[in-house]
Design a binder for this molecule. Structure first.
Ligand code: GDP
Length: 176
């Protein structure tokens, strides 16, 4: 077995949130170290694989993207099946995308067979933009009241992206 294909853990992580918040961009920044200003959000990606080592554990991650299906609110139970973690993402410059997370969270909870155990992370993306319309305290508060952590990121500037994925993996590893 090659080094790249051997691992201690295999985890499925989901990108969730409104169209345009940067789900595909965060995913591609993390897995391929790329960023595309003109990414075609309707095409999207299904999932990408990333091998990484966290807390001395070799972890294989499959990170799933909605491939634009979130526009029609037609994510299905198969999308959620077997997932250990979700990154609930909003655009810090678009308040509506933060407010819609309430709906997304309900969907996560209704589809996840193990909703107590699924690790959730609130991600405020596009912090490189000058006009944030959701303040950090409010986001922090919402995350806390829904039992999740909160981190900020910029897929464009490569800020905080790796940290988001590392944080959820650490949490998954801690979950009994
Ligand atoms: P998705 O529909 O949630 O998958 O969002 P995309 O990844 O397709 O991104 C939507 C748009 O936002 C694209 O034009 C991206 O280039 C842009 N975008 C994504 N992340 C960032 C970011 O961190 N900063 C800025 N300024 N733009 C971003």
């Amino acid at each position: 077995m090659s080094a790249a294909s051997s691992y201690d853990y295999l985890f499925k992580i989901l990108m969730i949130g409104d169209a345009g918040v940067g789900k595909s961009s965060l995913l591609l920044r993390f897995t391929d170290e790329t960023f595309d200003e003109h990414i075609q959000s309707t095409i999207g990606v299904d999932f990408k694989v990333k091998h990484t080592t966290i807390s001395d554990k070799r972890v294989k991650l499959t990170v799933w993207d909605t491939a634009g299906q979130e526009r029609f609110r037609t994510l299905t139970s198969s999308y959620y099946r077997g997932a250990q973690a979700v990154l609930l993402t909003y655009d810090v410059g678009r308040r509506d995308t933060f407010e819609n997370l309430e709906v997304w969270l309900k969907e996560v909870d209704s589809y996840s067979p193990n909703k107590e155990a699924i690790v959730k992370l609130l991600v405020g993306n596009k912090i490189d933009l000058p006009d944030a319309t959701v303040d950090d305290e409010e986001a922090e508060e919402w995350a806390k009241s829904n039992g999740m952590m909160f981190l900020k990121a910029s897929a464009k500037d490569d800020e905080g992206v790796k940290e988001c994925f590392e944080e959820v993996v650490r949490k998954i590893l801690e979950t009994p």
